[in-house]
Design a protein around this ligand. Structure first.
Ligand SMILES: [Zn+2]
Ligand SMILES: [Zn+2]
Length: 208
């Protein structure tokens, strides 16, 4: 088990708010984190230009935040959780979900779209407050390959979870997930997959 900080993994913490037009170290750090999270802020030059702003807008859209292009506190928080990092033991992301529940089953790192957590709370409420058990959350590339996940799997991005709910069959969970507005819903024999993908709705059923 690697120690915290291995692989240069950041831990979500305090960052400085930046605005388009800003220059300096906080902008450089913002650009570095955006690039690590898979966005294209342009060269890491410490200048908050149009490309960096566009990358911030993309992040905001994925996390369903107001797309104002400003790296404010909520945006920086969403970005921090959107980077693979080591979870803080016991830290709650919402009233009923802990960060660790979303961690990769092989390496323990986590990456999670906080909008996914909001949606899971809505699903839990829709199911009458029944606990939603996450059986697979973030998957690092190695783990995704080992479990035979899709190359573009939403699990790689922290946008997806596989879930089970005691007392309900997966079909009932999947139906409720569609009703609360999950864009991606997959039905499997023993679990339901839900995700907050960017592109249009996707529904599928796997029988094995
Ligand atoms: Zn892993
Ligand atoms: Zn899945």
């Amino acid at each position: 088990m690697p120690a915290p900080g291995d692989k240069g993994v950041p831990v979500p913490g305090l960052q400085l708010v930046s605005f388009p037009g800003d220059r300096g170290a906080p902008v450089y750090e913002l650009q570095r984190q955006l690039a690590t999270a898979g966005f294209d802020p342009g060269p890491a030059d410490g200048v908050y230009g149009p490309r960096t702003r566009q990358a911030v807008v993309q992040l905001q859209q994925i996390c369903r935040l107001a797309a104002d292009g400003i790296a404010g506190p909520n945006t920086l928080k969403a970005l921090a959780f959107h980077l693979p990092h080591r979870p803080e033991p016991g830290r709650r992301l919402s009233p009923h979900f802990k960060e660790q529940e979303f961690a990769c089953r092989c390496c323990g790192l986590v990456r999670v779209n906080l909008y996914l957590v909001d949606m899971l709370e809505q699903l839990r409420e829709r199911l009458g407050g029944r606990p939603v058990v996450i059986t697979s959350g973030y998957r690092c590339p190695e783990h995704n390959r080992i479990v035979g996940g899709a190359k573009q799997s939403q699990h790689l991005l922290g946008n997806a979870v596989d879930i089970e709910v005691d007392g309900l069959v997966p079909g009932e969970v999947a139906t409720a997930a569609g009703q609360v507005g999950f864009l991606g819903v997959g039905l499997y024999p023993t679990f339901a997959h839900v995700d907050v993908r960017q592109s249009g709705p996707a529904r599928w059923t796997e029988t094995r």
